[in-house]
Design a protein around this ligand. Structure first.
Ligand code: GTP
Length: 341
């Protein structure tokens, strides 16, 4: 019998890091913080909250900074999402580590804490990651995944399940196993993070914990994983959810609710008005109250609420902001419309 697993408390608390500037997603993030951008019809954060709830998390603190004021009106106290939600505000962004230390003050439960980067779509088995943490009595257990090119990520070296080194973004990474942005922290590891100052968990805390001999474990798997931090990745996330190559409980619930329907790999709001001669294809998302006129062809594009698309418009891999108007005959590829500073 695994005695440690039963001795360690359950993980019922989580912190979601949603305070970054999302610079790689500008201009989309000028008016909406990255975690509130819609992926497959709902704010990205909602996908992660549903994932946390399904893994047994009862309370979650959103660590906010950039455009902090937009989260609470949508998520409230969490009743609607079946989880207790509270909000930790950083007047000035504290970095990923500082954000964790600051948000942890609001947690009411004891036991390990699950930390989510607010920009990762992952189908990994969070319960299994938590179980590994508990059974091994780890200080921190990181979800890790393998990528073809690791240069833009935090890279680890391992022996068995143990992480021997952690290095953030480097030119010649020693392995292709990277930080997938979801951690289980024991309370003592959280208490070791300095509070009230800017701290990066990736650049400072992980290397320091390793050098002090702390037990950092890796939960490595091959499940679907995507950093949604660039426009191309954001489009891909919606396409992958619609096609079923990525999974999300929140997306399943959205479809079950009947406000959107799937058609030929696209997601379309029931309130949208599509001319019968318009073509919607390749994972496009048509939001509520959008109007698409005759002969328009939209491919791999995300059309924000209330936008109007004129006749014979051609859009490919393009984002259209809510309430924008695309004039008839317009042709565009890889563009953004209506996202001003
Ligand atoms: P880029 O500017 O495009 O790199 O995006 P980003 O600002 O989101 O930074 P990054 O992708 O490195 O951040 C990883 C996660 O941590 C994201 O979910 C961010 O929202 C979050 N994050 C980054 N810095 C902070 C911070 O200072 N405070 C809080 N609360 N969250 C942060």
């Amino acid at each position: 019998m695994d005695t440690l697993a039963t001795a360690q408390p359950l993980a019922t608390s989580a912190i979601l890091l949603v305070g970054g500037f999302g610079t790689r997603l500008q201009p989309l993030t000028f008016q909406t913080p990255k975690p509130m951008l819609r992926v497959a019809g709902i704010p990205f954060t909602e996908h992660q909250i549903a994932k946390a709830r399904a893994a047994g998390i009862k309370e979650i603190v959103l660590a906010t900074s950039y455009m902090a004021e937009v989260f609470e009106p949508y998520f409230g106290d969490g009743t609607r999402f079946g989880i207790k939600i509270s909000y930790a505000l950083e007047e000035k962004a504290l970095g990923t580590g500082g954000a964790i230390a600051n948000a942890a003050k609001l947690l009411e439960h004891d036991g390990p804490v699950v930390i989510f980067n607010g920009d990762v779509l992952s189908s990994h088995d969070l319960k299994a990651q938590i179980a590994l943490h508990r059974s091994q009595g780890a200080d921190v257990t990181l979800h890790l995944t393998e990528v073809a090119d690791a240069r833009a990520f935090g890279v680890v070296e391992m022996e068995g399940e143990r992480i021997l080194s952690f290095r953030e973004k480097m030119e010649n990474p020693p392995t292709n196993i990277i930080n997938a942005g979801c951690y289980v922290f024991s309370r003592s590891a959280i208490d070791a993070i300095p509070s009230e100052r800017v701290v990066s968990v990736e650049r400072e805390i992980f290397p320091e914990l390793i050098s002090r001999g702390a037990k950092l474990l890796g939960y490595v798997d091959t499940a679907y994983w995507l950093d949604i931090g660039t426009p191309a990745a954001l489009l891909k996330a919606t396409v992958d959810l619609i096609s079923g190559s990525a999974q999300s409980i929140a997306f399943d619930e959205l479809l079950a609710g009947g406000t959107y329907y799937e058609n030929e790999g696209c997601l379309i709001a029931r309130t949208a008005e599509l001319d019968p001669t318009a073509t919607i294809e390749s994972g496009s998302l048509i939001s509520n109250h959008v109007k698409v006129a005759a002969g328009a062809r939209l491919s791999g594009s995300i059309i924000g609420e209330g936008a109007r698309i004129g006749t014979e418009v051609r859009l490919s891999n393009t984002f259209v902001a809510p309430q924008s108007e695309i004039p008839s005959g317009f042709i565009a590829q890889n563009q953004f419309f209506g996202f001003s500073e």
